[in-house]
Ligand binder design. Structure first.
Ligand code: FRU
Length: 493
């Protein structure tokens, strides 16, 4: 099917019931749907938006083009939860319907204010010559989940010396004032984060480009987020076109973080002595949205998908998912990411496995569930392999080398291949002490791998056949394993 521009921007109301039914029917026949991850009901899912806690519930929205697996007219799809784990689909809640967001309700954030939820987002507008006009817009959601858009833009154009790449406001409340961090590109075609200030959420003043990095950060910064982890400021963002001398990465665009010393909004400074780092060392994480929850935790959720890449589910009319919600902590100056403790409420059947291997390959678990959690402690010598979704021929492999202190995720023979131009392996370092802890979530076509209690995370989509149901271990030395396995169910089925 040809996805012309006219088709991708056709109003949702102009799609026939037949076209919508055909799409849903196609999705119903898709392999690779997930059991516990948030996935689109139809079409394409991208960035998490408006992640917040309001009126005793967690709220999470995502960018959605509901008519197919392509980037088209974007809307916000809404979900609510009482435990950050079991999500209730509330449906499409903000769709492009006015002169300031006619070509997409783009990414943004939300903040509870009084008895309402304040939403700030980017309205994407194109004229007849396909010139772009970005507006930073506001909306209020009430307790009945009804969203009322504010009629007039909060920020009606980018400042002088910036291009039309100006989007993704994160609104925060800090030291008695409101601030918005907005992704931008200057006229020298460099990525920046712009800081805006407001005292009443309605009139916004450009406060300056945020000073936070010494190096140039590519041609555009998308999805900036500032959170505080036990008081330590942490900046998370997506620099597009980042020079690989600044940071090594293999994905088309990286999603990075920077730990700061302190945030000084008066002078638009985020002061840091650290280097930027990859937030996730796997294949598919982008557009992470982080926020400070009222219970004090810093929480993050990511789009598991990347721009400009085709995925095997496209042929079934849908694409991508969101990550589990992760809690961010900092220990000894290092960032840790772990699934929130509430994730344990998905556990059902438990199996404990333990054993020893000498220079051999052994299946340790047959007939795995579609969705499961594995917490495995490995101790040993030499190198080896943990094969997930294994059928003897194909597997998603985790190769560990205790001597070299390396861990490699290989999805090169894990099922249907895609995005091979960006490599089929990702490697990270581990301490060379002959042991490793891997906390793994497999949900049919997605893997989240938390290494050494969240010190590193590797996330990957992969597209196995239904014969790939085994977990195997291999070593060329000696290996002790001790592991807990739980099947996961979200209570829906
Ligand atoms: C990031 C992004 C954002 C934009 C949104 C549009 O993936 O490009 O910058 O707001 O997606 O869907």
């Amino acid at each position: 099917m040809e996805w012309s521009r006219a088709k991708r921007y056709k109003k949702f109301a102009d799609w026939s019931q037949q076209e919508k039914d055909d799409l849903l029917n196609k999705i119903q026949h898709s392999p690779w749907r997930m059991d516990v991850h948030i996935q689109p009901k139809s079409g394409l899912l991208n960035d998490p938006n408006g992640f917040s806690y309001y009126n005793k519930k967690w709220h999470l929205f995502y960018q959605n083009y509901p008519m197919g697996p392509v980037h088209g007219l974007k809307a916000w799809y809404h979900l609510t939860s009482e435990d950050l784990t079991h999500w209730h689909e509330e449906g499409l809640s903000m769709i492009p319907d006015n002169e300031f967001d006619s070509h997409g309700c783009y990414s943004g954030s939300a903040l509870p204010v009084g008895d309402k939820l304040f939403i700030m987002y980017t309205g994407n507008v194109r004229d007849e010559n396909w010139e772009r006009y970005p507006y930073q817009l506001g909306a209020w959601m009430n307790k009945d989940l009804r969203i009322e858009k504010i009629k007039r833009p909060l920020i009606s154009s980018q400042p002088k010396n910036y291009t039309d790449h100006f989007r993704d406001p994160q609104v925060i409340h800090y030291n008695g004032a409101y601030y918005a961090l907005i992704g931008a590109q200057n006229t020298q075609l460099e990525g920046e984060i712009l800081l805006y200030k407001s005292t009443d959420l309605s009139s916004w003043t450009f406060w300056g480009p945020l000073a936070f990095a010494k190096q140039s950060l590519g041609f555009m910064i998308e999805c900036p987020n500032l959170v505080f982890v036990d008081g330590v400021p942490l900046l998370i963002f997506c620099p597009q076109g980042l020079n690989k001398n600044v940071l090594d990465y293999q994905n088309i665009y990286p999603n990075v973080y920077l730990i700061g010393n302190h945030f000084d909004p008066d002078h638009a400074v985020f002061d840091s002595e650290q280097m930027i780092n990859n937030l996730d060392e796997g294949f598919d994480v982008y557009a992470t949205q982080a926020m400070n929850a009222p219970d004090g935790r810093a929480l993050a959720v990511s789009w598991i998908g990347l721009p400009e890449i085709d995925y095997p589910t496209d042929q079934y009319g849908w694409a991508h998912c969101l990550s589990l919600v992760r809690e961010l902590t900092i220990k000894d100056g290092n960032l840790y990411q772990n699934p929130v403790k509430e994730t344990a409420s998905l556990r059902t059947k438990h199996i404990h496995l333990q054993g020893q291997l000498h220079n051999q390959l052994t299946p340790i678990m047959h007939d795995c569930d579609r969705a499961y959690e594995l917490d495995i402690e490995l101790k040993g010598t030499g190198s080896g392999r943990l094969a997930l979704a294994d059928d003897g021929l194909n597997a998603l492999d985790l190769l560990f080398d205790f001597d070299a202190g390396k861990l490699t995720l290989n999805r090169g023979h894990s099922g249907v291949q895609f995005a091979e131009a960006y490599g089929t392996t990702r490697t990270t370092t581990i301490t060379r002490n002959g042991q490793i802890n891997l906390h793994i979530f497999i949900d049919n076509s997605v893997a989240e791998i938390y290494v050494n209690h969240g010190r590193k995370v590797l996330t990957a989509r992969f597209f196995p056949s239904d014969r790939q149901t085994q977990i195997s271990l291999e070593t060329n030395g000696h290996l002790d394993y001790n592991c807990d396995y739980w099947s996961l169910l979200n209570g829906k089925g």
